[in-house]
Design a binder for this molecule. Structure first.
Ligand code: ZN
Length: 784
């Protein structure tokens, strides 16, 4: 098993883009001609750089991994896939295009067919991905290009030019078709792949068909959707992309489809209800390559191309610093952008407030990326408003929180098989690196400056328009202030943004979301932005699907609203606040009337709990907190089984060694039963001390690789950058209240039999060490 890993490591270590770049850099400036400079002992240190040839004024170079995101050759970091995923070599690219005419919602005729699902017994399987890791399996390791070896041809072999069977494919970034069954000449039943290592979350879809015929009507039916309600029931159409139309006419994604119906699948397996989405379509060309998607795709590669263009732009790169926030489980870079103009004095730099924006924690919500793109396009532009915003704010942006999920085509989860937006309180840094580091970055940012606003961009599968979820503020001094920004935004984008759909109730089940966690950390204006997969019900855009341009405009409106919100002339702010009070009074009256009660609101009406007035956000796209990451669940099951079988047996006489072992195990059990409660973890510390030695070795091994990852930004003494595997005793570790040993124990990603953990540490360190190294490219760099 290990030679494979060695090859990967070699691939990653050669060539060194940083060294290559520096060599060219020095050569360009003629450094190698200057024997005097070369003979300087200072130059022998690669830590030092010289700005001017004539000046001996060295500065520390930027850490290697960070600086070398995009090498001088301009190549992108290829996405890393779980090793069981097959990936085709072709690269998929779509043009950006905005339809000139409005794309209206589908109007049901009432005659739509509800095809009965016949399955593969009566049809022909024409595409089938296998095997797919679902429930019971977990992520182990990753590599560029996914599964090794020759990629099998999954589509059927055509019998000749007359054969008009469609050829399906989805083994590309964000694709997720699991199976296609031909049930009639032009009719196909489609099964979506569930989120990896789970058996649920089907919603997003993205796949390719080839060998099309025009002038015939095809029908597609997705058979394993899980949500009872869908925007497809209120006029949403699927998106279609024709490669020939793109090549010839420069036409991109468009809303297509007829006879659209969303309905319950009657073939009941007794456990779970499935829902179907069916639609018919006529392709525009013969022999075309077409794509279908739930929403405009935006892949990890798309993001990297965008960031590369920013990094290469001599102007933008001056005020937009690109850093690694951390590595995902698969080892993909999670990017952190710091956008701000240099300040004339340190005092002014320190006085800047911060704004934190993030997107794609839910990988199937590509809407979020388009809003983020709109925001970045504007904030990085030379518009006077953008310049002003960069003068007064430090923007911290995490444009893709869950790159692994985006790459593999998940809808909701990371490779831990969990919804990351329920785990923002996590202490499991190794299992949930992207959100652990985001929270930590914000924690440090808060120590440094006020964070005026936090907003995490999402997509919504059952409501139209765009809206915000916020958190009711308990401080009377700032009563209703959290609603001012959303109200202003609704005024700035009245035909897209619905203030009426906003909600500010903090529900128990949402305690682990980014919005609630950041609010509890002290960010008053902490929001989740929900944007529909469909379109608007408001104003001039009523009953029209949103285009990419509509979503991007929201990014601009966020900027515009920030300026209104911070206007030194407080007129707009106070007007909005007065309007909010008025709205709330009306709401209170309505509630009391509904209950048939009289209310006298004079004097103390603001003391009424806002949570009592508002209905919950149960209408939101929520999923309950889903517990420990899947790989840890396996250990829990194993231990539970062992405990059960131990209980049944009569207790034999035990040696002292055996008694000690049992004692160790019993003390370990509570850790697995609880989820992530820090107070309980303290109990584990003594038990796990024994393990800490070898885990320390592991940490040291990894931290040695991370030593170069400290950097300083011009704007801040304590940058918002967090290395993926910070050094022991660094600021990061000290801020975590968890005992190190227990944290380390939980970070053991590959489960090992408990006996081995306690008695034979050397047996578990190797796989864990190698595992971490395999998915943490920095670690392998450190090995050189
Ligand atoms: Zn979401």
């Amino acid at each position: 098993m290990f030679p494979a890993l060695e090859t990967e490591r070699k691939q990653e270590t050669l060539p060194d883009p940083y060294e290559d770049f520096m060599y060219r850099h020095l050569q360009y400036y003629g450094y190698f001609k200057d024997s005097l400079m070369l003979s300087s002992p200072l130059l022998r240190s690669r830590q030092l750089l010289f700005d001017e040839l004539d000046q001996v004024n060295p500065r520390l170079r930027e850490p290697r991994e960070l600086f070398a995101f995009f090498s001088s050759k301009g190549t992108l970091q290829a996405p890393r896939w779980p090793i069981e995923c097959e990936v085709i070599k072709e690269s998929i690219h779509h043009i950006e295009w905005v339809p000139p005419q409005p794309e209206y919602f589908y109007q049901p005729t009432g005659n739509e067919k509800l095809p009965e699902i016949v399955g593969e017994e009566k049809g022909t399987v024409v595409y089938h991905l296998n095997p797919v890791p679902t429930e019971g399996s977990y992520f182990t390791s990753s590599r560029v290009g996914g599964k090794r070896g020759i990629i099998k041809e999954l589509a059927v072999t055509l019998e000749g030019p007359e054969d008009d069977t469609l050829l399906f494919e989805s083994r590309f970034e964000s694709g997720n078709l699991q199976k296609a069954v031909q049930v009639d000449t032009y009719e196909y039943e489609l099964t979506l792949r569930t989120d990896l290592y789970t058996n649920k979350h089907t919603q997003w879809f993205y796949f390719r068909v080839q060998n099309t015929r025009k002038d015939v009507t095809y029908r597609f039916t997705i058979v394993n959707l899980l949500k009872p309600k869908s925007l497809y029931t209120v006029g949403m159409k699927p998106l279609m992309y024709s490669q020939l139309d793109a090549n010839i006419y420069n036409i991109g994604w468009r809303r297509e489809g007829n006879e659209i119906k969303y309905y319950k699948n009657n073939t009941d397996n007794g456990q779970q209800s499935f829902y179907c989405l069916t639609w018919t379509i006529q392709f525009p060309h013969d022999q075309d390559t077409c794509f279908f998607a739930h929403f405009y795709p935006y892949t990890y590669t798309d993001l990297q191309c965008y960031l590369l263009s920013v990094a290469k732009n001599p102007i933008q790169s001056q005020f937009c610093k690109l850093r690694t926030l951390c590595r995902s489980l698969a080892g993909n870079t999670v990017y952190l952008l710091t956008i701000t103009n240099p300040s004339p004095t340190p005092h002014e730099a320190a006085a800047k407030k911060a704004v934190v924006l993030s997107a794609r924690v839910h990988p199937g919500e590509s809407n979020a990326s388009w809003i983020m793109k709109g925001f970045l396009d504007f904030i990085l532009s030379n518009s006077p408003d953008a310049q002003l915003l960069r003068d007064i704010f430090v923007f911290k942006v995490v444009p893709m929180l869950n790159p692994d999920g985006v790459i593999v085509g998940n809808y909701r989860c990371s490779l831990a098989g969990r919804d990351l937006n329920r785990h923002y309180k996590t202490i499991l840094k190794e299992s949930f690196p992207c959100i652990w580091h985001t929270r930590n970055m914000i924690k440090r940012l808060l120590e440094e400056r006020e964070v005026l606003l936090y907003c995490d961009f999402h997509g919504h599968s059952r409501k139209n328009n765009i809206f915000l979820y916020g958190c009711n503020n308990n401080d009377r001094k700032y009563w209703l202030h959290e609603r001012v920004f959303p109200l202003m935004l609704s005024k700035n984008a009245p035909d897209k943004f619905s203030f009426h759909s906003c909600n500010f109730k903090v529900q128990k089940c949402k305690e682990g979301t980014g919005r609630v966690v950041m609010w509890r950390m002290g960010i008053l204006n902490s929001y989740t932005m929900e944007s529909t997969f469909s379109g608007s019900t408001l104003g001039s855009k009523r009953n029209i699907h949103f285009t990419i341009e509509d979503l991007k405009s929201l990014g601009y409106h966020v900027c515009d609203t920030l300026l209104d919100f911070c206007d030194p002339d407080k007129t707009k702010f106070t007007q909005c606040l007065a309007e909010l009070k008025e709205l709330l009074q009306q709401e209170i009256h309505k509630k009391f009337n509904e209950r048939g009660e009289e209310v006298n609101l004079e004097g103390s009406w603001s003391d009424i709990s806002l949570s009592d007035i508002e209905s919950s956000t149960s209408g939101s796209d929520s999923s309950l907190s889903d517990g420990l990451p899947v790989h840890l669940l396996n250990i829990v099951d194993e231990l539970n089984q062992k405990m059960m079988s131990k209980k049944k047996k009569k207790k034999p006489l035990q040696t002292r060694k055996q008694r000690n072992e049992l004692h160790q195990k019993n003390k370990l059990m509570p850790e697995f039963k609880l989820t992530e409660d820090a107070s309980d973890r303290a109990e584990l510390a003594p038990t796990l001390q024994k393990q800490s030695t070898f885990y320390k070795t592991l940490e040291n091994f990894r931290s040695s690789a991370m030593k170069n990852e400290k950097l300083s930004l011009s704007e801040s003494k304590r940058p918002g950058f967090t290395p993926s595997c910070p050094q022991r005793g660094s600021t990061d570790s000290s801020q975590e209240s968890a005992p190190e040993s227990s944290q380390n124990f939980l970070c053991s990603f590959r489960p090992a039999p408990l006996e081995n953990v306690v008695e034979q540490p050397e047996l578990t360190i190797s796989p864990c060490k190698l595992h971490c190294a395999s998915r943490c490219p920095q670690a392998s760099v450190g090995q050189r």
